[in-house]
Design a protein around this ligand. Sequence first.
Ligand code: RB5
Length: 158
Amino acid sequence: MPTAEPRERIPIASDHAGYDMKQKLEQLLDKLGYDVQDLGTNSEASTDYPDFAHPLAHEISDGEAKRGILLCGTGLGMSYVANRYPHVRAAVVWSREIAELARQHNDANILVLPARFLSEYEAEEIVKTFLDTPFAGGRHERRIEKIELPEGATGDCA
Ligand code: RB5
């Protein structure tokens, strides 16, 4: 009997501004066959987005999970935190087309959604596109490699 493929684990987290949409997207992810890992928040009570972005970005940076999803009001705060981690490429995405390009050209591994500026339908389309679109490789590979700072580098180019 063929053994079933293990379900890919997708960590997802939000602050209060993204809480409602996170709950809806979890249902979608489950329906699509993913193993959803909810890293909070757990209500609409006011929270600080870095408290939720750090644990998720850590998982992606360490390679414990391949891809993850973050939500806050604008997507900006979550992306600022996540993009401080090595090997993390967190893309704020507001349309299906950007989701496609963030995967094809930028090999984004964290999808960041501006929850206050998207309908449920738009968010669902973006998530499906993000998860289904492969990295195009080729010339984009070289550009992705140039993003990472060498070990011990400060980012000072002078
Ligand atoms: C919360 O009000 C809001 O500032 C936060 O969700 C996010 O948009 C930050 O970047």
